[in-house]
Design a protein around this ligand. Structure first.
Ligand code: EPU
Length: 419
């Protein structure tokens, strides 16, 4: 297993390009199953989860062509299998996103039921309940979801809680259903909006994405298009925190500041200078040490759970005491135990981490447990005294494109060693 070795202490400086968003690319690639013509998806990040999605589509018999710029052309017409096997679903829960498209387009789907994961139990009951309400027969047997439907029927779906992939699955299922579907208490994440834009480019009739009520009028068929995925707001936020934590000065480009509001607000509260342009954000933390902030994660537009671990790392070296409450997932504090091994003063009280800023962290061998936890350990390594070794970085490769190259480009002393 590869490891990252990071020698802390360099304030980051320079400019870095933000990649396409993983959490938009995954549903958009799944949505290609809805069309009866090839779809080309651009600005796809080079990530392990993308490779897994391509393998998943490939095993169904779908045609795939990737060019040198990571434009992926998907031709769903040769599909032969309507099946997502356990060995792929267990490595990537987002495989569940093929359920809605397969069912509505081909009338059947068998998808391995995702298990719990490092950050929580993460059930998919709301995906299934929504599809059943649209007329699907759903059975869970031997660890698989088997769903069938002659033709899904539009209906009103009131979601018990906001779920991102749940909203996406139901929105995709509704595009080819009979009549209109209204999804109430829908997730408002920019990635949901990006998927809706892609679906509409394919000929769907989706309205209200970005609000908590999405209306989808079913259409007969969806056709080919070329669609570019939006920039990754979590990668954006992670590089901004990297600048802040190292006392650096960094500009991220090819991003969209409009979807970073909650993150930029917290950086501003931390006393970091934030500048914003049409497609860039800059952070200057070279003048003063950041102050600890209080954070409560919640669905968009509130502060994202996917940035919680990174801000925990920032808080532990910032001035004063801060509290970080996690309300989306029940077990998303694995990084806290590793940060403590680097000298952080952080206590867990229920779903809240209370941080007391220390002047320095010290390097230690640490282990990544999930994608965003690994990012926070890399951030801590950038300021720790000595050589930190971050193990199990396959988690990072699932969601951060070329992280060591991008950080090295900003001056970080970081290298990957094969394990
Ligand atoms: N939930 C249920 N039942 C359901 C669905 C969700 O109880 O049927 C619960 C979950 O257990 C959780 C809450 O609802 O407590 C919200 O989960 P959600 O369904 O919104 O999460 P997700 O769709 O599985 C996506 C992202 C995650 C991100 C969350 C929250 C993708 C592929 N994944 O997951 O991204 O943390 O939304 O914003 O879009 C990551 O990129 O590191 C990552 C984990």
């Amino acid at each position: 297993m590869d490891k990252l070795i990071i020698t802390g202490g360099v304030p980051l400086a320079g400019e870095v390009r933000i990649s396409g968003a993983k959490n938009a690319a995954l549903p958009i690639l799944a949505s290609t199953l809805l069309a009866d013509e090839p779809i080309t998806v651009g600005n796809i990040p080079h990530l392990h989860d993308i490779t897994t999605t391509m393998e998943l589509l490939g095993r169904m018999g779908v045609g795939l062509v990737v060019d040198e710029r990571m434009n992926i052309t998907v031709d769903p017409s040769p599909i032969t299998d309507f099946y997502a096997p356990y060995e792929l679903v267990k490595t990537m829960r987002a495989s569940i996103l093929v359920l809605g498209p397969l069912l509505t387009r081909f009338g059947r789907a068998s998808v391995s039921l995702p298990g719990g994961c490092a950050i929580g139990s993460r059930p998919v009951n709301l995906h299934l309940a929504g599809l059943e309400k649209m007329g699907a027969e759903v059975a869970v047997e031997n660890g698989f979801i088997h769903a069938t439907a002659k033709k899904l029927k539009g209906t009103r779906l009131v979601m018990d809680l906001t779920t991102v992939t749940g909203t996406e699955n139901l929105m995709m299922a509704a595009t080819l259903a009979d009549g209109s579907t209204i999804i109430e208490n829908a997730a408002r994440e920019p990635e949901v909006v990006d998927l809706a834009h892609c679906l509409n480019a394919m000929g769907a009739d989706v309205n209200g994405a970005g609000t908590d009520t999405i209306t989808v009028h079913g259409v007969e068929r969806l056709s080919g298009t070329h669609y570019n995925v939006l920039p990754d707001r979590i990668e954006s936020g992670t590089y901004l925190v990297a600048a802040a934590i190292t006392g650096g000065k960094v500009r991220i480009k090819d991003t969209n500041p409009d979807m970073l509001e909650a993150i930029l607000e917290k950086l501003d509260e931390a006393g970091v200078d934030v500048g914003v342009g049409p497609n860039w954000v800059s952070v200057d933390a070279s003048i003063r040490r950041p102050r600890a902030v209080n954070i409560r994660t919640a669905p968009y537009p509130a502060f994202p759970t996917d940035m919680q671990a990174q801000f925990t790392a920032l808080n532990v070296v910032s001035e004063g005491t801060g509290t970080i409450s996690e309300t989306v997932f029940e077990n998303r504090f694995m990084h806290v135990h590793e940060l403590r091994r680097m000298g952080a003063d952080v206590q867990l009280e229920g779903n809240t981490a209370v941080t007391r800023g220390v002047n320095n962290l010290t390097a230690a061998p640490v282990m990544a447990t999930d994608l965003r936890a690994s990012a926070s350990l890399v951030l801590a390594g950038l300021v720790a005294e000595g050589d930190s070794v971050v193990d199990r970085i396959y988690h990072i490769d699932r969601g951060y494109e070329c992280i060591e190259e991008k950080l090295a480009q900003l001056g970080a002393r970081i290298r990957r060693v094969p394990g």
